[in-house]
Design a protein. Structure first.
Length: 580
């Protein structure tokens, strides 16, 4: 072991001066900080030597009363201390994966001389070579290579840096952006090709599934647009089929916010459930989509791994954690409890989750004090992962909070904090509906209306239907007619179509014939289209209601659900009104 310990000394000897991270309060700072293996190099070296020098290791096994977990950790810095702390209190039924950042000067190069140090902590510890997506995007543009070739080249550079996929190491792409979620341009196709190259290495190495870190959004933001884009993404069957082929861990960034956890007076169970709603919202939404999101749901069942928040002293970028280190310890414990509890109650055989680790010295503490406090957060995180594995059918995962049923570590209050209720809506799929989006009009009989626009929506925001949507317009007025252009021809019904895979509206024009002799007005009828569940649905029917000579919005109007979705609540939108 002399060669091992000496090698570690060389790596850590020069990093003491860089042990404190400080800077502005957004995530862009993380990219400007020089990563170091440990913020406490001497104590990490000593503990690492002790752990790596053990004569025997306890092999990973599914033991009675110990719930397995596959734990994936993102480390912006301090990766070796993170791994060593986890190993010091490791769960006997856990597998640990720790990311290592690439070389700062050239982020297409995997950092050398690090993977073996993580593997030396035992057979349950594995190194992840961070594949920096933005840098490889520049490499593709500058070399004229394909994204598949980028993945193959990244595997070559991993191997050159000492990552051994046969020994359990693998890759971790950082990160799939919001452009992939939205489906902008060719972003999804690019990711699919990159991951394919990383997986198969063009036959130059063994196939290796890896980790995809996926950008998320904060816990305290408006959700309607995000939910609509998520639902569209979850219906991209070809994308999720490829993810299932290439990705072992779909690590969604869910950086929880202490202000949405530490609500004074909130019961422990309420805090837990609010955390679950946020931390597991992609899984819950995919499960709620039925056949529409079936491929994504099947993939998530085997690969979804929530990336929770252990990044201390951040005001944005990594949630909001500008709190004392004692409350941060409570916060990480509560997240472990929530994740373990949900996993067991979902009847899964094992758990998958992890944490982001990116300590930041926002309070400008002395280096020794900052190292001590961040070390305490890591110790608590490590113990929570281990202790939550104990079998507790009455309240799975509660061991993260304390022993003997005592809630020692899942409490803590913050003045002004409130639990976030909005994420509970992700437990149900929002149906795609039709809505009029043009302003109401008052139009004289015999006069052609201004254009009337019809739009597909999800959760009240514009949506991109998976396939084109055929709509048939009708009216209850015996004199009402529709046309695709102001010049006509006008007919009692009109078929229009909303585009598939894109935002769009269908426009039409409305006109009523001048009134004849006075007669009883038609009885008002609500717009109540039928449903269809066939792959090629019949055209939807959109009705207007009139009384006497005025066209009005339908009483009790309901928004029309598309064939692949379920019903939703109403949004009131008004078609043109006509009169003399």
């Amino acid at each position: 072991m002399l060669r091992v310990s000496g090698g570690l000394l060389v790596v850590l000897a020069g990093v003491v001066a860089a042990a404190v991270l400080a800077g502005p309060a957004d995530a862009a700072d993380a990219a400007r900080v020089t990563p170091v293996p440990s913020l406490e190099p001497r104590s990490t070296r000593s503990e690492w030597q002790r752990l790596a020098g053990r004569a025997t290791f306890r092999p990973y096994a599914v033991e009675a009363g110990c719930r397995p977990v596959r734990a994936v950790f993102y480390a912006a810095t301090d990766w070796l201390r993170l791994a060593t702390k986890l190993a010091a209190t490791a769960s006997p039924c856990a597998q640990y994966y720790i990311s290592v950042p690439p070389v700062v000067g050239d982020k297409t190069r995997s950092r050398p001389d690090q993977a073996w140090r993580i593997r030396a902590l035992g057979p349950s510890f594995h190194a992840l070579a961070e594949i920096h997506y933005t840098t490889w995007q520049k490499w593709v543009a500058s070399t004229g290579s394909s994204w598949y070739q980028a993945g193959v080249e990244a595997r070559r550079r991993m191997a050159a840096a000492g990552y051994d996929v046969a020994a359990g190491d693998t890759w971790a792409v950082n990160e799939l952006s919001s452009a992939v979620r939205r489906g902008d341009g060719a972003r999804r196709a690019e990711i699919r090709d990159l991951l394919r190259g990383l997986y198969d290495a063009a036959g130059e190495g063994p196939p290796a599934k890896g980790v995809a870190f996926v950008v998320g959004i904060g816990q305290r933001v408006p959700l309607a647009t995000y939910k609509a884009r998520m639902q569209e993404w979850l219906q991209d069957t070809a994308f999720w089929a490829d993810m299932n082929a290439y990705v072992s861990d779909w690590s969604q960034e869910v950086y929880a916010d202490v202000r949405s956890y530490a609500a004074p007076g909130a019961p422990t169970a309420s805090r837990r459930d609010a955390l679950v709603d946020y931390l597991r919202h992609p899984d819950l939404l995919a499960a709620g989509g039925g056949a529409a999101s079936g491929t994504a749901n099947a993939f998530f069942a085997n690969a979804s791994s929530a990336l929770a928040n252990a990044a201390w002293q951040w005001g944005s970028g990594f949630g909001w954690t500008l709190v004392p280190d004692g409350l941060m310890q409570q916060f990480v414990s509560a997240q472990v409890y929530a994740l373990r509890n949900h996993g067991a109650r979902s009847a899964g055989a094992s758990d998958r989750f992890g944490f982001a680790w990116a300590p930041r010295n926002a309070d400008a503490l002395l280096a020794s004090d900052f190292s001590r406090r961040t070390g305490a957060v890591l110790d608590r995180l490590s113990a929570a992962v281990r202790d939550s594995a104990a079998d507790n059918p009455a309240d799975p995962g509660f061991g993260a909070c304390g022993s003997n049923g005592q809630n020692t570590w899942c409490a803590g209050d913050l003045e002004g904090a409130t639990l976030s209720a909005g994420w509970r809506s992700f437990r149900a799929w929002s149906p795609t509906t039709l809505a009029f989006v043009s302003p109401p009009q008052a139009v004289a009989a015999g006069v052609v209306s201004a254009p009337v626009s019809l739009q597909a929506q999800v959760a009240g925001v514009p949506a991109k239907p998976v396939a084109p949507v055929a709509v048939t317009l009708t009216t209850s007025s015996p004199t009402g007619t529709f046309a695709a252009s102001a010049a006509g021809p006008f007919t009692p019904t009109l078929a229009v179509q909303l585009p598939g895979g894109a935002f769009g509206t269908a426009q039409f024009f409305y006109r009523t014939r001048p009134p004849g002799p006075r007669r009883s007005p038609p009885r008002p009828r609500a717009w109540s289209p039928g449903r269809s569940s066939s792959p090629s649905p019949a055209p939807l029917r959109c009705r207007c209601v009139s009384t006497r000579r005025r066209l009005r919005s339908c009483p009790g109007r309901r928004r029309r659900s598309l064939p692949s979705a379920s019903t939703s609540s109403a949004t009131r939108s008004r078609p043109p009104r006509s009169g003399r």
